[in-house]
Write a protein that binds this ligand. Structure first.
Ligand code: AMP
Length: 188
């Protein structure tokens, strides 16, 4: 496998975090979760921490595009370019995608691939029922699906038009989905 910069997108419950972790473990990629980064910031007793906590855990909204782009850029700038990485849950809106293009060009990570794990909402909801997170209350879940459809799906469509998207059916087992991703990426 050559050095890679990967992005994994998918609705909540699609298994994007799990798939990123599997790729990380098997192929030595550093895994960066947009939501995980923000949850860490939300725990800090700072002005920014309180603001992020309010946005993600109370209101279930997306943080400002400039903020998440900067958070990801900060992480990536500390990682050597000969290290493969996989980022999940980012970019989540067209504005983030625009900012990301500039940011990842500055970082010299412009040759990224994007995997989209496709899963119907009904199936995703069944899976979420099995996990426990502070932001998994019904109101926030509903809001996140709405946000995914209105904000993130346009990114998916744009990436598809740009022929940059690798679409994966997320309904089979974790192992099967993983195999499919590895195959489509051409990893050995
Ligand atoms: P996740 O763990 O990916 O489900 O993210 C949890 C929460 O963090 C989301 O519901 C958003 O409020 C926030 N979040 C995660 N990724 C992003 C992003 N790319 N842009 C803005 N907010 C985000």
């Amino acid at each position: 496998m050559k050095v890679s910069s990967l992005v994994i997108l998918g609705p909540q419950g699609s298994g994007k975090d799990t798939q990123a972790e599997l790729l990380g473990k098997k192929f030595g990629l550093i895994v960066i979760g947009a939501g995980n980064e923000l949850r860490e910031i939300a725990k800090t007793d700072t002005k920014l921490g309180k603001k992020v906590n309010q946005t993600i855990n109370v209101e279930g909204r997306l943080v400002e595009p400039e903020l998440i782009v900067e958070v990801i850029e900060n992480r990536l700038s500390k990682i050597s370019l000969d290290q493969s990485i996989v980022v999940h849950g980012f970019p989540r809106s067209l504005r983030q995608y625009e900012l990301m293009k500039d940011s990842w060009t500055r970082l010299d990570r412009q040759n990224y691939k994007v995997i989209f794990i496709d899963l119907p909402e009904e199936e995703a909801l069944k899976r979420i029922a099995g996990r426990r997170r502070v932001d998994d209350h019904p109101e926030a879940l509903k809001k996140r699906f709405e946000l995914f459809n209105s904000e993130t799906m346009p990114v998916v469509k744009q990436l598809e038009n740009e022929k940059k998207l690798i679409r994966i059916d997320g309904s089979p087992s974790i192992e099967k989905v993983h195999e499919e991703i590895v195959k489509k990426l051409g990893f050995k």
